[in-house]
Design a binder for this molecule. Structure first.
Ligand code: EPU
Length: 420
């Protein structure tokens, strides 16, 4: 297994190009199953999750070519069953279910388990499929959805934590080929859902309202091949913006979209981080004294759970008490004990982390537990004195394109080594 060795204390300086959004490209790749014609997806980040999704599509019978940042998928003839081992490796692969159900009227996928950040149920996905007329059967660890025909319906997809991102994408994809009109209420408003809808519309779907809590889908008989360029990854952008501030550096994010980052930019500004917009991109630096924050994660346009851990890394450097409340996933504080190993003072009280910031950080070996926790450990390691070894970085490779190389280009002293 590989680790990252970071010699901290170097301010990051320079430009970094933001890659395509992981959480958009995965459902977009799944959406190619809706047509027998070839599709081309551009600005695809080079991630292990993208490779996994490619393997799943191949297993289903599609021809998949990944070349640089372009993916070509031709799902001429496919079968409706997702292999257990492949689907189990990546929870995001549940989004093959909607396209399979839409095209074949039958989908069997292994039930994804929970993961380190929480239980991760799929009850809302299944509720949506049932509303479209599918029968759901759960047996031997597999979930099977089948229907003679899918018929458009009005449905409410809100759950205990609000909307569901992949649930919305899944039901929207199935509904593109249903008969009649589907209206999804309490739909997720994330930019990734809008990107999926834009791709589906390019394939000939009739979707309106994506980006709002009400999405209307008028079913069509068939979809055709299309080309699409994936939106930039707002979570990657937020991660580099925070890393720039945390190291007292100055970094320009090329290609980042401020309009996808309102909640993050608002909090960064309150924390004392300076942002300048220019033709080159968004430039972040420390604006003055850091100030503590009170943050609650919420569905979009609220503060994203996927930036909670990285923001905590900034808050441990900020004198005063910050409170970070996690409302989306119940156990997404795995980074706390590892940040504590670097010298941070953090207490967990129910869904909140109370950060007593400003204590000196010093390097230590730490263990990455999930993708965003890993990013937080990297940021803290970049800001800490001495050497930090972040172990189990395969999590990072799932969702950040060549993070170590991008950071090295910004001046960080970071290298990839075999875990000792
Ligand atoms: N939920 C239910 N029932 C469902 C589905 C979700 O109760 O059927 C609950 C979840 O337990 C959670 C909340 O609803 O409390 C939101 O979950 P959501 O369904 O929105 O999550 P997701 O679609 O499975 C995507 C991203 C995650 C990101 C979340 C929230 C992908 C591949 N994954 O997951 O990304 O944290 O939305 O924004 O799009 C990451 O990139 O590190 C990551 C975990």
């Amino acid at each position: 297994m590989e680790s990252l060795l970071i010699k901290g204390g170097v301010p990051l300086h320079g430009d970094v190009t933001i890659s395509g959004a992981k959480n958009a490209v995965l459902p977009i790749m799944a959406a190619t199953l809706l047509t027998g014609e070839p599709c081309v997806i551009r600005n695809v980040p080079k991630l292990s999750d993208v490779k996994f999704m490619g393997q799943i599509l191949t297993w289903l019978g599609a021809k998949v070519e990944i070349e640089g940042n372009t993916v070509r998928v031709h799902a001429k003839k496919i079968r409706g069953m997702g292999d257990y081992d492949l689907v189990r490796k990546m929870r995001g692969s549940i989004c093959i279910m909607g396209p399979l159900l839409g095209r074949l009227k039958k989908a069997t996928v292994s039930l994804p388990g929970g993961c380190v950040i929480g239980a991760r149920p799929i009850n809302l996905h299944l509720k949506g499929f049932e509303a479209l007329g599918a029968k759901i059967k759960i047996e031997n660890g597999y979930v099977e959805a089948s229907a003679k025909r899918l018929v458009g319906a009005d449905l409410f997809l809100g759950g205990r934590a609000g909307s569901t991102v992949l649930g919305t994408a899944n039901v929207m994809m199935a509904a593109t080929l249903a008969e009649g009109v589907t209206v999804i209420e309490s739909a997720a408003c994330e930019p990734e859902v809008v990107d999926v809808a834009n791709f589906l519309n390019a394939m000939g779907a009739k979707i309106s309202g994506a980006g709002s809590p009400t999405i209307t889908i008028t079913g069509v008989k068939a979809l055709h091949g299309a080309e699409h360029e994936v939106i930039p990854d707002r979570i990657e952008a937020a991660t580099y913006a925070i890393a720039a501030a945390a190291t007292n550096g100055e970094v320009t994010l090329r290609g980042a979209r401020a309009d996808h980052l309102h909640a993050v930019l608002d909090k960064l500004q309150s924390a004392g981080v300076k942002m300048v917009r220019s033709a080159a991109g968004l430039t972040f630096s420390r604006g003055g004294k850091f100030k503590p924050l009170d943050i609650t994660t919420l569905p979009y346009p609220g503060f994203p759970t996927d930036v909670q851990a990285q923001m905590m890394a900034l808050m441990i450097l900020t004198p005063g008490i910050s409170i970070i409340t996690e409302r989306i996933f119940e156990s997404r504080f795995m980074h706390v004990s590892e940040l504590t190993r670097l010298g941070a003072d953090i207490e967990i009280e129910g869904p909140s982390a109370i950060v007593k910031g400003g204590k000196p950080l010093s390097g230590a070996p730490v263990m990455a537990s999930d993708l965003r926790a890993s990013a937080a450990l990297v940021i803290a390691g970049l800001a800490a004195k001495g050497t930090t070894q972040v172990n189990r970085i395969y999590h990072l490779d799932r969702g950040y394109e060549t993070m170590d190389a991008k950071l090295r280009k910004l001046g960080a002293r970071i290298e990839r080594i075999e875990e000792s």
